[in-house]
Ligand binder design. Structure first.
Ligand SMILES: [Zn+2]
Length: 68
């Protein structure tokens, strides 16, 4: 199971998604940078949760659509 995190620096929020969530973009944004924001995939939930911690945003949430 792949997990995705979406880092949104502009609104100071990181969101956890499951693979195949409708909100996950089908194309990868090569310009994504961990410190700038964007979409990042992880092979397991533990690493995704760790990445959410390291993102350092004020808000951490689970996607209401896919509910990881
Ligand atoms: Zn989602």
């Amino acid at each position: 199971m792949i997990y995705w995190i979406h880092i949104a620096r502009g609104i100071d929020r990181v969101t956890l998604h499951k693979d195949r969530c409708s909100e996950v973009p089908s194309t990868h944004h090569s310009s994504s940078d961990f410190w700038e924001g964007g979409w990042f995939d992880y092979p397991d939930k533990e690493r995704a949760l760790l990445a959410m911690e390291q993102a350092g945003t004020n808000e951490q949430r689970r996607c209401p659509l896919c509910k990881p």
